[in-house]
Ligand binder design. Structure first.
Ligand SMILES: [Fe+2]
Ligand SMILES: [Fe+2]
Length: 167
């Protein structure tokens, strides 16, 4: 997208642009998750991140399908927002020594990622429906449900961590 060219002219263009944004984001997350899994100490957290890595691979496949249904080749566009979230997570993790504190930092970072994904998928589903693409909306909805479930799981882990500390 050029600064002077104003390539996004229609809702359809905006939908495709945002689809490319989340496509890029999911692929960055695929690259970042193995590192987070390695850093995690808590078995439950490790397993949850591992499971979400597998889900994320499926999500990318669903996005491939959405692109094709919409007559577009799958491709990404730089998403500085997700790059920033991942970079910040890396920075903070690099500052933490204690493994329990590192787990807390990893949960917080993962939740920031999930919330970014949830906002993007919510928007994409609404726009897909507006454009009469219920087929695309349905696939995007499946991704959204997985992100919400992952977020809920992380919240439960964060809360049980706090409860353990208080005990
Ligand atoms: Fe995702
Ligand atoms: Fe996710």
């Amino acid at each position: 997208m050029g600064f002077f060219s104003r390539d996004i002219k229609t809702m359809d263009d905006l939908f495709v642009h945002t689809l490319r944004d989340i496509y890029y984001a999911e692929r960055q997350i695929l690259q970042a998750l193995p590192d987070m899994i390695e850093k995690a100490s808590d078995t439950q957290l490790k397993q949850a991140l591992q499971a979400h890595l597998a889900e994320t691979r499926n999500q990318v496949t669903r996005l491939d399908q959405v692109f094709r249904l919409h007559g577009q080749e799958p491709s990404g566009v730089d998403c500085p927002a997700i790059d920033g979230i991942i970079e910040e997570a890396d920075d903070v993790a690099g500052e933490v020594d204690d493994s329990a504190v590192l787990d807390a930092a990893l949960i917080a970072a993962a939740q920031a990622v999930e919330h970014y994904e949830i906002t993007r998928y919510g928007t994409l589903i609404a726009w897909a429906r507006e454009l009469g693409r219920n087929d695309c909306a349905q696939l995007l909805q499946q991704n959204l449900e997985e992100e919400k479930a992952a977020d809920k799981k992380l919240t439960a882990m964060a809360e049980s961590r706090v409860n353990r500390q208080a005990a």
